[in-house]
Design a protein around this ligand. Structure first.
Ligand code: NAD
Length: 245
């Protein structure tokens, strides 16, 4: 299936590590030229160098309107337009309602909702002119079922679903598709921060009895980014080993 994304220009946010890096790697393996964007620009550049000459790494804070505008314009200039955007950058600030601060709530909502919206808006401007594009937003099963300790994160990830569907309806007749993925428990630096007990307890609730690997999310992104999913827009795909179905 190499060549699935031959010559396409893709941007992945939060791509210096974890799921974002796996997504950027998979898109490049399928032939795309990929811009890896991350708060940590040096790490994004190193990650891009690891992928090869068809990738570039840049610093970007998805919460900043100027930074996102620069990201999208730079990617479009470097790789002749923009065909794929993956909104993947994310953070957690888990705490019970009794302990969560307003700052914890605002930080999570700002990165996920404002960040996704800013990149969606900027990328769709380019894509509607081209009359072609695929945007993939990374939500979470936490946004479907709600996780205790994640009132901020669950709200933000559910919000991404509504944003995906609204944008899909606005952009469909311009040839731009917008879909979302809800990963379950995936082994990354984000989840390695969980206690061993919490991790094992979560794994035990998964019908497939294991956490997913970042590449198992990346493969679904490659499908949504490519013409294999040409009649799909506004869809929300659960990639969770059966958890939360
Ligand atoms: P991670 O913490 O390993 O990586 C996230 C990356 O996003 C980091 O490189 C970080 O620097 C970057 N980032 C954070 N804030 C940013 C900002 N303002 N601007 C640009 N980049 C920023 O996380 P991950 O586990 O790879 O998660 C990736 C995405 O998948 C997130 O949206 C996360 O919510 C979602 N997700 C993860 C899981 C999981 O189990 N790991 C499950 C469901 C959804």
């Amino acid at each position: 299936m190499s060549g699935l994304l031959e010559g396409r220009s893709a941007v992945v946010t939060g791509a210096a590590q974890g799921i974002g890096l796996a997504i950027a790697t998979a898109l490049a393996e399928h032939g795309a030229r990929v811009t890896l964007a991350d708060l940590d620009g040096d790490k994004a550049a190193a990650a891009a160098a690891g992928i090869g000459p068809q990738a570039r790494g840049v610093a970007c804070d998805v919460t900043s309107e100027d930074s996102v505008a620069e990201l999208i314009a730079g990617a479009a200039a470097a790789y002749d337009g923009l065909d794929v955007l993956v909104n993947n950058a994310g953070i957690t600030r888990d705490a019970s309602l009794r302990k969560m601060t307003l700052a914890d709530f605002q930080a999570v909502v700002t990165v996920h909702l404002q960040g996704t919206w800013l990149a969606l808006r900027a990328a769709s401007e380019v894509m509607r002119e081209q009359k072609r594009g695929s945007i993939v937003n990374i939500s979470s099963m936490s946004g479907k079922v709600g996780n205790p300790g994640q009132t901020n994160y669950s709200a933000a990830k559910a919000g991404i679903v509504g944003m995906t569907k609204a944008a899909a309806k606005e952009l469909a007749h311009h040839g731009v598709r917008v879909n979302a993925i809800q990963p379950g428990l995936i082994r990354t630096p984000m989840t390695e921060a969980m206690s061993a007990e919490a991790y094992a307890a979560t794994e035990a609730t998964i019908p497939m009895r294991r956490a997913g690997e970042p590449a198992e999310i990346a493969n679904v992104v490659a499908f949504l980014a490519s013409d294999l999913s040409s009649y799909m827009t506004g869809s929300v795909l659960e990639v969770s080993g059966g958890r939360g179905m």
